[in-house]
Design a protein around this ligand. Structure first.
Ligand code: Q9C
Ligand code: ZN
Length: 343
């Protein structure tokens, strides 16, 4: 399996993150991608290639144009305003406020275009976002071109980003972009299987009323876990999309057996949908030692995930999402991929 990777992710570095009661160094840091790349090499998964640059047309097929156009302006505007450090939102237009009037200040616009303080900017952030998007589209083209699978080593991740907002370390929803791109290239149906620990709220929102993209999400129960405000089992899609969104919220402490039961059910539903392409939103923050997560998967479990996905027998694009136990992130992410190749 080929991996698509760009070194330009590395400029998205050194930002701070707001967690309960403190501002700390960000968990979503460059070493994540470097550990994964090193493991791709040491496991000899296959060639690592650079991305082809794309314009933003594919992003605007699923994101609002004003939102995408805002992203490259953040850091220059932040600097021009005389601010320093990490560009971070602090006010949001929640219920009872105007969500339809974008303010003029960049610090306010950060809140207008986000749902939390978790999508921050430093100097290299836009370049990294754009490279991650290019990585996803380049890997998608490999699968479209006939490869059985490809690995988009995306950083930053994407699945929390909705049509018009960022959050949770995510800006452009790389998996959703790829899904729409496959449809625009002639695919009739695409399934997105999101195995990241956190609910992929952005992906769900983008495709919620559509029947041409099936979205299956395995994640920590939003009653007690981020992103809290989406991801319940009764969210099954709406209008034409009724039945094409499937959520598997699971409690803290979920181990392989319980998690695997959800995966099995999701794979049965996926096979019944018979998509042309499977996109895996590949988060490995389900790992027992993940510093911000509460599931109990162990390293030997990850190849089993890949093995089950391979049994679907469908062209598969893996898109990197979360995972914050950096020492093991490569072992676990690449474990899924080698498990897939072993069939
Ligand atoms: N105390 C992804 O995995 N907040 N995003 C965590 C930690 C945000 C995770 C708070 C977590 C976002 C792509
Ligand atoms: Zn996650």
């Amino acid at each position: 399996m080929k991996t698509v990777y760009s070194p330009l992710h590395a400029g998205h570095a050194g930002q701070m993150e707001l967690v309960t009661s403190a501002i700390v160094p960000g968990f979503e840091k460059p070493s994540r991608a470097e550990f994964i790349k090193a493991r791709v090499e040491s496991e000899k998964l296959g060639p690592i290639i650079g991305p082809v640059e794309h314009d933003l047309t594919a992003a605007k097929r699923i994101h609002k144009a004003d939102y995408i156009d805002f992203l490259p302006t953040v850091w220059p505007a932040w600097k021009a305003a005389g601010f320093e450090g990490t560009a971070m939102a602090f006010t949001w237009p929640t219920r009872g406020l105007r969500g339809d009037v974008p303010p003029k200040r960049v610090d306010a616009l950060l809140g207008y275009y986000s749902f939390d303080a978790g999508a921050t900017f430093v100097d290299g952030t836009w370049t990294a976002i754009k490279s991650s998007y290019d990585v996803a589209l380049t890997a998608a083209a490999l699968v479209k071109g006939g490869e059985r699978s490809a690995f988009a080593l995306c950083r930053p991740p994407g699945h929390h980003a909705g049509a018009g907002f960022m959050g949770g370390y995510c800006y452009i929803n790389n998996a959703a972009v790829a899904a729409q791109w496959f449809l625009d290239q002639g695919a009739k149906r695409v399934s997105i299987l999101d195995v990241d620990y956190h609910h992929g709220n952005g992906t769900q929102e983008i495709f919620y009323e559509r029947a041409d993209v099936q979205v299956l999400n395995l994640h920590g129960d939003p009653m007690v876990e981020y992103p809290f405000f989406l991801g319940h089992a009764d969210e099954r899609g709406a209008s034409a999309g009724e039945g094409f969104n499937v959520n598997y919220p699971m409690p803290f402490g979920t181990n392989w057996d319980a998690w695997n039961a959800s995966l099995e059910d999701a794979c049965v539903k996926l096979a019944a949908y018979a998509p042309d392409i499977v996109i895996v939103s590949l988060g490995v923050d389900t790992f027992e030692k993940d510093p911000i997560s509460q599931f109990k998967l162990k390293s030997p479990d990850y190849p089993k995930i890949g093995h089950r996905i391979a049994k679907l027998g469908l062209p598969t694009l893996f898109v990197m999402e979360g995972g914050y136990a950096v020492e093991e992130i490569g072992i676990n992410a690449v474990g899924v991929l080698t498990g897939f190749e072993d069939k």
